[in-house]
Design a protein around this ligand. Structure first.
Ligand SMILES: [Fe+2]
Length: 314
């Protein structure tokens, strides 16, 4: 018996190592088709489904951090990013969902646009935003995309100043707060709303609008102070000042949250404050994921409208 005859006597096995070249090619082809199908499905989900899949997030503000005599409902919306990848239909849906919550006041924390707006889009956007102010007092601060140093130079596709977005908001009946404060009364309850200019646009001047915080807590005896500041990283420069609740956007919640890696795309230094309600240095910071996005995709991070409710203090 020859050596080749001996080998042919061995029983055949089904292990991949012993698969014929044809069977091996078939296995590879199946794996590639599986990977391709998964990739296309994931891409379609990220592009076509999740960016428009709005959710409503709800938080109750603890009374020891934000005093209130009654139950108030604040609607917090941010980062509309009106653009070729964020249709006005999505923004309209967000506005409708928010107004259905019957808010007592509405707060907008910047990035209304991504790049410049056509006149036609300007008019349509103003009409959509005006629905907010028609239902409840509405206040806004500016984001890095709304015009200024960063938008006009570093980014390059925005306005060199925020005048255009300011005129959009004025047309929509929205009160613009940039480095200034305003005393307001909501359901008979007095509070102060402060808007701070954007950190990246070098328009961040908290000293113009806020008083320094005292060591002792008189902040628990005065009326609540609510700050609108687009970028949550601004908390450090606001630490020395007197306020109770800061509302922020900017992060888009990370926009794509990756298993094991978290939020590598969130444009902030402190990734603890990418979304949600947080206690920080005896006060509160709320970061919303926002409505729109950049580049037309989201993953594991649905867009949101946020509702914050106070509870009556005894
Ligand atoms: Fe943004």
């Amino acid at each position: 018996m020859t050596a080749s005859e001996k080998a042919s006597d061995k029983p055949q096995t089904d292990s991949p190592a012993s698969a014929s070249p044809k069977a091996s090619r078939r296995l590879w082809l199946k794996a590639l088709i599986g990977l391709g199908t998964t990739g296309i499905g994931a891409w379609l989900y990220m592009r076509c489904l999740e960016p428009g899949w709005l959710r409503v997030s709800r938080h109750t503000l603890p009374t020891d951090k934000f005093r209130s005599r009654g139950k108030l409902r604040f609607l917090h919306l941010s980062d509309f990013h009106a653009s070729s990848v964020v249709p006005f239909e999505l923004i309209e849906n967000a506005v409708d969902l928010g107004l259905a919550e019957k808010p007592d006041a509405i707060f907008l924390t910047g990035d209304f646009i991504t790049t410049t707006l056509s006149e036609e889009d300007f008019e349509r956007f103003a009409e959509i935003l005006s629905r907010l102010s028609a239902q409840a007092p509405t206040f806004a601060c500016m984001g890095n995309h709304d015009g200024g140093l960063w938008a006009g130079t570093s980014y390059g596709n925005g306005y060199p100043t925020s005048k255009k977005v300011e005129s959009l908001l004025k047309k929509a009946g929205i009160e613009i707060l940039v480095n200034r404060s305003e005393k307001i009364v909501i359901k008979g309850e007095e509070m102060t709303v402060v808007g701070i200019g954007d950190l990246w646009n070098d328009d961040h001047r908290p000293a113009k609008a806020l008083s320094l915080r005292n060591e002792k807590p008189p902040h628990l005896e005065r009326n609540p102070i609510l700050v609108l500041s687009h970028n949550p990283d601004s908390k450090e420069s606001l630490a020395a000042y007197d306020w109770d609740l800061m509302l922020c956007g900017h992060t888009h919640g990370g926009q794509c949250i990756l298993p094991l890696f978290g939020t590598p795309f969130a444009p902030v230094e402190d990734h603890r404050f990418v979304e949600g309600l947080h206690e920080w240095q005896e006060r509160l910071i709320h970061v919303t994921r926002g409505v729109g996005n950049l580049h037309g995709m989201r993953f594991n991070c649905r867009p949101e409208i946020s509702l914050l409710e106070t509870t009556p203090s005894s």
